[in-house]
Write a protein that binds this ligand. Structure first.
Ligand code: ZN
Ligand code: ZN
Ligand code: ZN
Length: 570
């Protein structure tokens, strides 16, 4: 049975039709139509499993089901069965835990001091981050999510991590130089640098914060964005930070990783396959018979048909389009506008790269930092795909948007971090695990059919929460998500929670009683009665508000007498 990824994705957005159900060979169930993007379920069979488990089945009963299944098959239990049992048991023990994803209440007692190259003092909670982040990089997770509320200095905290780790590596004498020689024939060359991926508008903020807050000459920064960006991977060797944008990563991915364009046999222009057929139908070659007026009508119809596709695409490419629109030439044929935008973006880049990959994709970075990580929240869009195919030793996501009600979007971050088993597709019949769902019938990792595989996240988190919400199964999944999965990868603090750290240093007020001599007292009192008389005339005339500048002057002169007498005494 062939199940294409496209078909599976569609099932998440529409109630299944009878035809779709019989095609998948599972019992019909209602799939809720939610605006929240739900990642694919892995396969149809998993849905029937969920259905059999049913509503309000206690954890204990679920576990006994697992035991029964185990008896039916000989041999030791598989990894996913062990994980499932562990998790169910863990949830049973933590049933009273709260479900607010934005109240992580993480208590970190440890702090780390910043590198001497960071010339801005870190606040208490930022030193806690540093201790936690350094530990995370040593853990199997090798990264995490910094989800502090907006305005708490996520950028400076990320910079502090890069500097602290570098200082630590230097102090234990590890080689810090980059090497373009891969560790094995299949591995990518390693770059000792941090790749920062951010929206176009944040590039200058990164550059200026590194410049202002680190000691002079301690960090080399490359902005890899725009037409004039270099085309040799050796350039990356010289830099501590390579700052690029989501639109650049996506453009390189589209250019080098996606199917190549085909040439029109009649005019020689290149098009992606779908666009070429439109081009041949209306514009070019012996079969393009429509008049201009008719083809305009056809285009309108086509636009309508593909509207949802286009909306999705423009939503994903927001970042790209902001930049591209400015350069977009007028009076271009509608059907190749988008391609021209990307061609222009690549005017300065030659296509002769190793393995047909983009520059960013053909090295392994020491660290990738995703700023405003919600840019990859929908893992089906090209921005997310482009980011997920980048390789690095450590991975960090920075995001200030609240996590509650964004369960569907969290998967792309978990997938980015490649957490085991939460981001994997697992085989029901063996210990095979794979990050990306294969659309072919046969799994490329094991002898079992693709439909025998399921996405861990969907089975244990996304599907129960979406289908059962506040029901018991939904609650159990939320507890697992918050207290087991996110607890180990997310650090989130709020300004309110860390108000004490953020407060200005306390103001010190000291009082001192001084006296004036006779001359000073005379002068002061005469000026005082003069000022009072002047003020009273304003009051009587009802013109106080018209003369406040003059009144302020009078008060200032009185103060100056006091200051003068104090200056004499000290
Ligand atoms: Zn043509
Ligand atoms: Zn298998
Ligand atoms: Zn497999």
């Amino acid at each position: 049975m062939f199940v294409g990824e496209r078909e599976i994705l569609d099932l998440n957005h529409k109630p299944m039709t009878a035809a779709a159900v019989s095609h998948l060979g599972v019992a019909p169930i209602a799939v809720s139509d939610s605006s929240e993007p739900l990642t694919d379920r892995g396969n149809g069979e998993q849905q029937s499993t969920e259905l059999n488990d049913g509503f309000h089945v206690s954890g204990r009963k679920r576990r006994s089901n697992v035991k029964k299944k185990k008896k039916a098959r000989s041999g030791p239990p598989l990894m996913w069965e062990v994980w499932e049992e562990e998790h169910e048991k863990w949830i049973d023990e933590n049933l009273t835990a709260d479900l607010d994803l934005d109240q992580q209440n993480a208590v970190i007692n440890e702090t780390s001091e910043a590198s001497s190259e960071l010339i801005i003092p870190l606040l208490r909670y930022q030193k806690e981050w540093l201790a936690w982040a350094l530990k995370q990089e040593d853990s199997p997770t090798r990264g995490g999510i910094l989800a502090d509320e907006m305005g708490m200095g996520k950028t400076i905290q990320a910079i502090a991590l890069v500097l602290a780790k570098r200082e630590r590596i230097r102090s234990i004498g590890e080689p810090s130089g980059a090497s373009l020689t891969p560790s094995s024939s299949t591995a990518l060359p390693m770059i000792r640098g941090t790749l920062v991926i951010c929206p176009v508008v944040a590039v200058s903020q990164w550059v200026s914060e590194i410049d202002r807050f680190t000691s002079r000459g301690s960090n080399k920064v490359l902005v890899y964005h725009g037409n004039k960006r270099g085309k040799d991977i050796k350039q990356f060797l010289d830099y501590d930070f390579v700052i690029t944008t989501y639109s650049t990563v996506e453009a390189e991915y589209r250019k080098y990783m996606m199917p190549p364009k085909e040439k029109c046999p009649y005019c020689g222009k290149s098009f992606h396959q779908k666009k070429l057929s439109i081009h041949l139908k209306y514009y070019c070659g012996p079969d393009a018979v429509k008049t201009e007026k008719q083809s305009k009508q056809e285009r309108k119809k086509l636009k309508f048909t593909f509207k949802s596709d286009k909306e999705h695409a423009s939503y994903c490419q927001n970042d790209t389009r902001k930049v591209a629109r400015k350069r977009k030439p007028k009076h271009k044929e509608e059907d190749n506008d988008v391609d021209l935008e990307f061609d222009e973006a690549f005017a300065g880049i030659e296509p002769n790269l190793p393995q047909g990959k983009s520059l960013l994709h053909c090295v392994k970075w020491e660290r990738i930092i995703l700023d405003e990580a919600h840019f990859v929240k929908d893992r089906r869009c090209n921005t997310a795909k482009a980011v997920l195919t980048l390789e690095s030793l450590y991975k960090w996501a920075l995001s200030g948007t609240p996590l509650q009600n964004r369960v569907g979007e969290l998967y792309s971050l978990v997938r980015f971090l490649q957490i085991v088993p939460y981001s994997y597709y697992l085989c029901k019949d063996c210990d095979c695990r794979t990050l990306d769902y294969s659309s072919s019938t046969q799994c490329s990792n094991c002898p079992h059919n693709s439909v025998r595989h399921f996405c861990w996240w969907n089975k244990y988190v996304a599907t129960p929460i979406q289908q059962y919400g506040n029901g018991e199964l939904g609650k159990r999944a939320m507890i697992l998500l918050k207290h087991k999965i996110l607890k180990n990868i997310v650090l989130r603090r709020t300004k309110k929670g860390r108000a004490a750290d953020l407060a200005l240093p306390p103001r010190i007020v000291s009082l001192r009683r001084d006296t004036m001599d006779i001359k000073e007292t005379d002068y002061y009192e005469s000026l005082y009665s003069e000022s009072q008389a002047q003020f009273n005339t304003y009051v009587q005339a009802g013109t106080v508000m018209n003369n406040y500048a003059h009144i302020f002057d009078l008060l200032t002169r009185l103060r100056q007498i006091l200051e003068g007498s104090l200056a004499e005494q000290h």
